[in-house]
Design a protein around this ligand. Structure first.
Ligand SMILES: [Zn+2]
Length: 152
């Protein structure tokens, strides 16, 4: 059951939270990340509130990968990265999400951009990662949009 009060992804699914949507069907939704490591970073999530990615049913998880494949091809055309990385790390929002990262160097996938120096040591976090303006995210979502008919 979706818990609209606690889960930002469930609110996006319900349409009560803004998102720059790339693709949507009855099982899943794909939208732009608001603090991308690189422009074009986005994610595919099941519409149902499921915490662990490994708990997603087989049909939905296959469809998530399929949609990610199609969006990944668009990312390569539009943003021209060296590679398109896909990650399920399970942290952040406790609603399963597959993240697509346009990689322009080998350290984008390991999020070297999240590293910063603090108290004489290296820490990791999002504090230096800027939010991207909604107008730009909407434009990127438009560029990555995939044809509903191309996925069955
Ligand atoms: Zn949720």
């Amino acid at each position: 059951m979706n818990d609209l009060s606690n889960c930002v992804f469930c609110r996006i699914v319900a349409g009560s939270e803004p998102a720059s949507v790339i693709f949507e069907d009855d099982r899943l939704i794909a939208f732009m990340g608001i603090r991308p490591i690189r422009p074009g970073e986005c994610m595919v999530i099941p519409k149902r509130h499921i915490d662990h990615f490994t708990d997603i049913d087989d049909e939905t998880s296959q469809r998530i990968i399929l949609v990610a494949q199609h969006i990944g091809r668009r990312i390569r055309e539009v943003f021209k990265p060296q590679r398109v990385g896909m990650i399920v790390h399970g942290y952040g929002v406790p609603h399963a999400h597959l993240i697509l990262v346009p990689q322009h160097d080998p350290y984008d996938i390991t999020s070297a951009r999240l590293a910063y120096l603090e108290n004489g040591g290296i820490s990791f976090g999002m504090k230096n990662l800027p939010f991207t303006d909604r107008v730009i995210l909407d434009k990127h979502a438009q560029l990555l949009r995939i044809d509903n008919g191309s996925i069955r």
